[in-house]
Design a protein around this ligand. Structure first.
Ligand code: GCW
Length: 669
C-alpha cells in the first residue's frame, strides 16, 4: 500500500516495456561533473530515480570519454551566457547523444536534474530534449508556523517535523526527504519557526540545532531563515527595552546576527510579525514598522541576508474596516525601508479566506519589494478534511491586475519585481506539512505543496497543467484517470467556496477554530473576529459596503479596479458581497435574485461534493487502494460538512431575508 511518504518523488518502475527500454538507452551512466555536495546530491537523486523507474542501477562514471547514452551534469558559468538563465535557471538538452544538464551554479544543475526526473515520471519522451527554465521569483520560501514544543499553529498534519529536543545530535532522515521534495519544485528557503515566535530559537543552544538542520538542507540549495520575537533583547538579552532606536538594542541584534552567521554562514535572514495580534513590536516604543525593519537590516550589515517584515496588522475597531488596516499603516512607509527589507503581504486583505480580492498593497508600494504570502495549510479551507486544490486560488491572485503601471500590472509582476524594477523578489507559502506519515494529512494536500513550489518558480504555469503533472507523478499515469483526477481537483476550490462563502461572503466560520459555519457569531474578544462584522446581514440585504457610501476601502485600488468592482451590476458575482450591501430581492447577472442565487450556490455547492465523490470513485481501479480509500473517506466527511455549512448558513441568512428557499432546493414534503 502507498502510505504517501514518497510524495511526488515515487520513482515507480515504468510499466510500458518499450518506453522503459527507451529510457534505459538514454540513461546508461551519470557523470556527476564535480565534487560539490550539491552536484553529488543531484547525481544521487538521478541514480535513485533511475534505479526505481528503469528497474536497474545506473552507474556513476568520472568522465563520459566519448561514450554515448548518458547523463552529464555540468556547472558552467559560461555555457549559460547566451541564455538569460540567471543563477538558478537550467538547461537540459541532447548533445552528442548524451543528455546534458547545465546551469551557472550547482543548484541550477540540481533543479535541472529534477526537471529531467519529472520528464521521466510523467512519461515524456527523452529524444531531442530542450528544457530551459529560469525562476521568475528569487526567494521562494516555505514558512513553517512550528513551535519549539512540536505543535504547529494551524497545522493539521500532525506535529512538527522538526524534533528540537533531539537536535542537533539526532538528524531525522525525514529532513533530507523534506529537502528533496522542496528542491524538486525549486523552493530555496525555509523559515523554520512560527511567526508568533519564541525567542528561544535565538539562544546559543537552539542556534546549534538550527545549524544542524541548515546542514541537511544546504546541499539542496535551501537556506534557513528564522522568525524573530521582537522583544528578544529583553527576554533573552536581559535589556530593559526592545526599542529599535536604542543603541544597546541595536548592538544586541548586531552581535546576535553575527553569532547566527558564525553558526550558519548562509543564513537567509529574518521574518517578523510585529505589532500584530498581540505580538510586540517597534510601535510599543512609538516607532514605526520601518524603524524596526531597518534596525534588523542594519544588524544584517554585510551578511547576505534579508528581512521579511509582515504587513498582517489590524486593529480591533468595530467602526473601522479591517480591509484597510494594513494599507493605513504601510502606505506611508513606502520608500522608507532599507534595501534589505521586503514587506510580506498576504494574498488578500483579511486573512486567507476561500476567496479574497487581491491585497490592495500590491501595486501601491512601488518603492518596496513585496513578498506574496499564501497559505498552504487549510486554516479556513477545511483543514485536512476537505479537498481543496489551491493552485486556482493562488493563480487568481497572481493573475489579478493591479493596474499600478497600466494594464498587465498583475500581482505576479509586482511580486517578481518586473512592474517596479526591483532587484530582489520573494514569495512565501505557509506550510501544510507535519509529521503525519503522508506529510499533509489529506493526500491531496500534497498537491498544494507541489503547486506552490511550481508557481513560485514559474507563475505562468496553469493550475490544470500542474494538477496533471502532480497526478501523474503521485497517483497514476493512466491518461483517463489523470484527466479525471486533475479535472476534479480543478473544481474543488470553487466548490468549497460555494458551500461555505459564496458570492463574496467571508469570515463567517467557527470562532477561533476557523472550522465549520458560525455566521451568527456576534460576540467575541474583538469585533473584527465576529461574523456579523463581515456579512452585515439585515432585513434589507447582505454584504459589506466598501464603496464610497460605506468604508470606501475600494478607494485603495487603482481607478480601473475601482471601476471593475465599484458597480454592483457589473462586478463579478464571485466578489459581490466583498464590496456591496445588496438587497435580498436584487436581480443579479445570473438572472436570479440575491437570495435565490445565494441559496442556489449553497445547494449546488454541497451537491457538487457528491460529484467529487463520483469522480473519485471512477478512478479506483487505477489508484493505490489504501490511498484511494483514504481520500474517499475524507470526501464522505466533506459531504456531511458541506450540508452542515449549507444548512447553517441558509437558515441563518433566512432569518434576515424572510424568503423561502427556492423550489428546486426545498426539501420534499
Ligand atoms: O491566519 C491568522 C491565524 C493566526 C496566525 C495569523 C498570522 C500565525 O489565525 O493563527 O498566526 O493569521 O498570519 O499571523
Amino acid at each position: 500500500a502507498d502510505d504517501g511518504y514518497r510524495l511526488w518523488l515515487k520513482y515507480d518502475v515504468v510499466a510500458d516495456a518499450a518506453l522503459r527500454k527507451e529510457y534505459q538507452r538514454a540513461a546508461q551512466f551519470i557523470v556527476a561533473g564535480g565534487e560539490s555536495a550539491t552536484l553529488k546530491t543531484a547525481a544521487e537523486e538521478l541514480q535513485q530515480g533511475l534505479q526505481g523507474m528503469l528497474g536497474k542501477a545506473v552507474p556513476m562514471v568520472g568522465e563520459e570519454k566519448g561514450r554515448k547514452g548518458g547523463i552529464i551534469l555540468r556547472t558552467d558559468a559560461a555555457a549559460a551566457k547566451n541564455a538569460p538563465l540567471g543563477p538558478e535557471g537550467y538547461r537540459v538538452f541532447t548533445d552528442k547523444q548524451n543528455i546534458v544538464i547545465t546551469g551557472r551554479t550547482d543548484a541550477a544543475v540540481l533543479y535541472g536534474s529534477f526537471a529531467l526526473l519529472r520528464q521521466l515520471q510523467t512519461r515524456q519522451p527523452l529524444t531531442n530534449l530542450a528544457l530551459t527554465s529560469t525562476p521568475k521569483i528569487q526567494h521562494r520560501l516555505l514558512n513553517h508556523w512550528d513551535n519549539p514544543n512540536g505543535t504547529v499553529e494551524r497545522g493539521y498534519a500532525g506535529s512538527s517535523i522538526w524534533k528540537w529536543y533531539e537536535l542537533p545530535e539526532v538528524i531525522d532522515p525525514r529532513y533530507r526527504d523534506y529537502a528533496r521534495a522542496n528542491a524538486s519544485v525549486g523552493i530555496n528557503g525555509v523559515v523554520l519557526n512560527n511567526v508568533n515566535a519564541s525567542a528561544r530559537y535565538l539562544t546559543a543552544e537552539y542556534l546549534q540545532k538550527v545549524a544542524a538542520v541548515a546542514g541537511v538542507l544546504r546541499p539542496y540549495g535551501i537556506r534557513v531563515y528564522l522568525s524573530v520575537f521582537w522583544a528578544a533583547p529583553k527576554t533573552i538579552g536581559g535589556l530593559p527595552t526592545a526599542d529599535p532606536l536604542d543603541q544597546k538594542v541595536r548592538q544586541w541584534w548586531t552581535s546576535k546576527t553575527d553569532e547566527i552567521y558564525r553558526a550558519i554562514p548562509d543564513f537567509g535572514g529574518f521574518l517578523v510579525k510585529a505589532n500584530s495580534e498581540g505580538e510586540p513590536g517597534p510601535q510599543d516604543y512609538g516607532r514605526h514598522h520601518a524603524d524596526g525593519a531597518n534596525m534588523l537590516a542594519a544588524a544584517l550589515g554585510q551578511h547576505d541576508g534579508l528581512v521579511m517584515w509582515r504587513a498582517f496588522v489590524y486593529k480591533a475597531d468595530a467602526k473601522g474596516d479591517r480591509f484597510k488596516a494594513a494599507s493605513q499603516e504601510f502606505l506611508p512607509l513606502d520608500g522608507k525601508f532599507a534595501p534589505k527589507v521586503l514587506v510580506q503581504v498576504k494574498n488578500g486583505p483579511i486573512d486567507f479566506q476561500a476567496r479574497e480580492p487581491f491585497h490592495p498593497l500590491f501595486g501601491a508600494m512601488p518603492r518596496t519589494p513585496l513578498v506574496l504570502e499564501v497559505q498552504l495549510t487549510q486554516e479556513y479551507l477545511g483543514f485536512a478534511t476537505h479537498a481543496v486544490y489551491l493552485a486556482p486560488l493562488i493563480k487568481e491572485c497572481l493573475d489579478a491586475d493591479t493596474h499600478a503601471k497600466g494594464p498587465a500590472s498583475t500581482v505576479a509582476r509586482v511580486v517578481d519585481g518586473s512592474v517596479d524594477q526591483h532587484a530582489v523578489s520573494g514569495i512565501a507559502g505557509v506550510a501544510n506539512i507535519g509529521a503525519d506519515r503522508n506529510w499533509t494529512g489529506h493526500p491531496l494536500g500534497q498537491a498544494n505543496w507541489y503547486a506552490y513550489g511550481r508557481l513560485a518558480w514559474d507563475h505562468t504555469l496553469t493550475s490544470q497543467a500542474i494538477a496533471e503533472e502532480w497526478t501523474r507523478q503521485t497517483l497514476t499515469t493512466e491518461p483517463r484517470a489523470v484527466a479525471t483526477v486533475a479535472g476534479l481537483m480543478q473544481q474543488t476550490r470553487s466548490i468549497y467556496v460555494r458551500y461555505t462563502t459564496p458570492l463574496g461572503l467571508h469570515h463567517i466560520m467557527g470562532q477561533s477554530i476557523h472550522y465549520g459555519p458560525e455566521p451568527w457569531l456576534a460576540q467575541s474578544d474583538r469585533p473584527d473576529w465576529t461574523s456579523v462584522y463581515y456579512h452585515r446581514a439585515d432585513s434589507e440585504g447582505l454584504g459589506f459596503d466598501r464603496t464610497a457610501t460605506g468604508s470606501n476601502a475600494l478607494k485603495l485600488y487603482q481607478p480601473a479596479v475601482q471601476q471593475l468592482w465599484g458597480n454592483p451590476q457589473t462586478i463579478a458575482p464571485d466578489y459581490l458581497l466583498w464590496f456591496h450591501h445588496v438587497p435580498w430581492s436584487q436581480p443579479l447577472s445570473t438572472g436570479r435574485t440575491l437570495w435565490d442565487e445565494l441559496c442556489t450556490r449553497y445547494y449546488t455547492g454541497a451537491d457538487s461534493v457528491q460529484w467529487l465523490q463520483q469522480q473519485w470513485a471512477s478512478v479506483r481501479p487505477q489508484l493505490d487502494a489504501a490511498l484511494h480509500a483514504d481520500v474517499a473517506a475524507r470526501l464522505q466527511t466533506q459531504h456531511k460538512e458541506a450540508l452542515w455549512w449549507r444548512d447553517a448558513c441558509v437558515l441563518y441568512f433566512q432569518t434576515w431575508s424572510r424568503r423561502p428557499i427556492p423550489a428546486p432546493f426545498t426539501p420534499p414534503q
